[in-house]
Design a protein around this ligand. Structure first.
Ligand SMILES: [Zn+2]
Length: 688
């Protein structure tokens, strides 16, 4: 089977940036000793020398590609570059000529005389750096950009000649003018600076998916640490001068994360890790490094959340590569062992809150809007993140609940041990968990990976009876229109406290009975939110995102004309990322979610007209604008945006779309001064 893969850029989840402080403890026992790291050879090796001049925005390079592959190969390079010479084993290589798009290609016929040597000389112009681009725009442009404030040549821009579809190891030698520094992922083996300029040589001896180049007027700070296997790891920050004082805290944080994951998974697979500042507000990681916007790096919570996530990708994603056609498991596992694990370290309440937020986000999707987890490759929009990151992380949580911590962690270590620098699939993960636990996990993996949607679980009935020896509870559970095998946690409350019992629900409807000494008072379904399911409208506190992502949502604009109307319509469009479906303010409400936008008095009148609850007390007093959700009796969500005047409405345009996870937000101008979610309501049945 041909090697099919996608060039993946690890994207940081800004939605997960919650402000908290966590100290990463490193006290987990080491119960696993990794064998010495075997060098994994690639069929393709690049030896590149490039000279990059950011002021002139030029690049000039020479690459020698060595390959042991006897097959036909396709060589590509960005069309913007000129090739002065291309040779295969000394013979001139002509372009294929017909290739469309932004890449130029050459066909290299198969040959039994290996290794083959391909040599390419090229030069060209880079695009000017535009620091006003946002995160999405930076990622969305496969364009090589350069300027004195920063250079970024993404692999996808075709800045160097590469063989299509092959993982490759490489050496890169780079030259830049004085004051500039640059790097690619990998180990730095030579570095010097003189009046002539900066010179550095990097080596990446593992199969890599591609090469990204970063450069800038960096101040470099270096530190070292020892891996569990005694290997020296070089840590570096490449920071713009305005944030150079942050270097120390970043280096310390990286050390803590490497310690944590070495003891949890196995030895850090590389010999370096660098944190690099980017002139645009982007954020992502590659093997051995993470590239984060200057302003992003300034946020104190980045060190306690996203940084650890990116460090962990050196194991999951860049240490073991996902088999993309079968689904990318690495984001879910990384979210579980980074973002979620940090919440567990803060405490059970913080972890519970994160699980609830995952379920709440999923509940905000309209049925059919999600895809099966095994089709997730990379985060492209909100729904794919909710599945690829959150649902997958919750799947790992359920798996750990099923297998127990020890067996779960043993399987992860074994998976790492066997799959390092290999492409591994969900099935490989399943096999690792099956081997370590001795359990058949076919159904578990199949249902969570291949089914779309999620089960809705309900307590259909629960009664208490009394006997000579105590009490008996009989509880009927049902899953609505789904056929999962579920482990449903039920909390039984007595006067003395609560205990959790787990029931295997593998039919539509099942009845379970159990005895108790103490009088049971009530039962609650999964009160800690440990089961992946679609929350019922009663359980899920409505959040603003529901009217933002639901394609059927309609919009009511209460200002009939003028500037207020224009502002309201622009806001609706921004929130829903599409042209709003506008309905009349006097129409009866239908069974679809509704976004209502208007000025304060208009909103209050409209709520009375439709017999809806008045503006909630919690947001009534302050601010120039309010946004909040209401659930109608039939379970349909409304989001209401109310501003005191047109200017206050216009001020919401930029900030409000970022508050989709909230049930209410109070704004003073463009600044959110209060926000929160309505409390979730656990399904409880009082026993009679
Ligand atoms: Zn990630």
């Amino acid at each position: 089977m041909p090697l099919v893969w996608l060039r993946l850029i690890w994207r940081i989840s800004y939605a997960l940036f919650l402000i908290f402080v966590v100290t990463v403890a490193t006290s987990m026992p080491i119960v696993f000793a990794a064998p010495p790291l075997a060098r994994v050879s690639s069929a393709v090796e690049y030896d590149i020398v490039v000279h990059i001049d950011p002021d002139a925005q030029t690049i000039k390079g020479r690459s020698v590609i060595t390959t042991t592959s006897p097959h036909e190969l396709i060589l590509t390079l960005g069309r913007r570059f000129k090739v002065t010479q291309a040779l295969v084993d000394g013979a001139i290589l002509e372009p294929s000529g017909t290739s469309p798009g932004m890449m130029r290609t050459w066909q290299i016929l198969g040959s039994q005389s290996v290794p083959r040597r391909i040599e390419v000389y090229w030069y060209g112009k880079l695009s000017p750096l535009n620091t006003s681009l946002n995160h999405q725009q930076t990622l969305g442009r496969p364009e090589p950009v350069s300027g004195s404030f920063g250079t970024f040549l993404p692999d996808s821009s075709g800045w160097y000649p590469r063989i299509v579809g092959e993982l490759a190891s490489y050496r890169v030698t780079l030259e830049m003018p004085p004051g500039q520094r640059g790097l690619v992922a990998g180990r730095i083996i030579e570095e010097s600076e003189s009046g002539e300029g900066y010179h550095a040589r990097f080596e990446f001896p593992f199969p890599s998916e591609g090469i990204d180049f970063m450069g800038g007027p960096y101040t470099v700070k270096t530190d070292t640490m020892q891996s569990t296997g005694g290997k020296r790891i070089q840590l570096r920050t490449y920071f713009h001068p305005q944030i150079k004082e942050l270097a120390r805290v970043y280096l310390d944080a990286v050390k803590d994360y490497i310690d944590l994951y070495e003891s949890w998974i196995g030895e850090y697979p590389f010999t370096e890790f660098s944190v690099i500042s980017s002139p645009t507000p982007t954020g992502f990681g590659m093997p051995t490094l993470t590239y984060l916007g200057i302003d992003v790096l300034r946020l104190p919570f980045i060190r306690s959340t996203s940084l650890g996530h990116e460090v962990l990708h050196n194991w999951w994603g860049n240490g073991v590569y996902p088999y993309y056609p079968g689904g990318n498991w690495s984001e879910g596992l990384t979210t579980f062992m980074a973002d979620y694990a940090y919440k567990e370290r803060i405490g059970p309440e913080a972890a519970r809150e994160m699980r609830l937020s995952w379920l709440r986000d999923f509940a905000a999707l309209s049925p059919g809007q999600d895809s099966a987890l095994d089709t997730f490759t990379t985060r492209t929009h909100g729904a794919s993140q909710i599945v690829g990151y959150n649902k997958a992380a919750m799947m790992f949580l359920m798996l750990r609940d099923l297998l127990g911590y020890e067996s779960f962690d043993r399987a992860l270590k074994a998976f790492w041990h066997h799959q390092r620098f290999r492409i591994a699939s969900w099935s490989d993960l399943r096999r690792a968990f099956e081997t370590e636990s001795g359990q058949d996990l076919k159904t578990f993996f199949e249902q969570w990976l291949t089914y779309t949607g999620a089960p809705t679980v309900r307590i259909a009935k629960a009664i208490r009876t009394q006997s000579d020896s105590g009490y008996c509870v009989t509880i009927t559970l049902e899953q609505v229109a789904s056929s999962y095998n579920l482990r449903v946690p039920i909390a039984v409350h007595t006067k003395e406290g609560k205990e959790i019992r787990t029931f295997d629900l593998d039919h539509d409807r099942q009845t379970f009975s159990f005895g108790l000494r103490t009088k049971p008072l009530e039962v609650a379904l999964d009160p800690d939110w440990r089961l992946f399911r679609r929350l019922t409208p009663d359980e899920a506190p409505p959040i603003l995102r529901q009217v933002m992502v639901d394609q059927t949502a309609v919009t009511v604009l209460l200002s009939g004309m003028g500037e207020a109307r224009v502002a309201a319509e622009a806001l609706a469009k921004k929130l829903q990322n599409r042209a709003p479906k506008i309905v009349s303010a006097t129409d009866a409400l239908t069974a679809t979610p509704v976004l209502v936008i208007g000025l304060q008095e208009q909103v209050d009148m409209w709520l009375i007209l439709h017999k809806l609850p008045a503006r909630p007390v919690i947001i009534r007093r302050d601010g120039t604008a309010h946004a909040w959700t209401v659930v109608r009796k039939d379970g349909v969500t409304l989001a209401i945006v109310s501003a005191q005047d047109t200017a206050s409405l216009e001020a919401l345009l930029r900030p409000l779309p970022h508050y989709g996870r909230q049930s209410y937000v109070v704004f003073d101008g463009a600044r959110a001064i209060e926000r929160g979610t309505w409390p979730a309501r656990v399904q409880v049945v009082k026993l009679k």
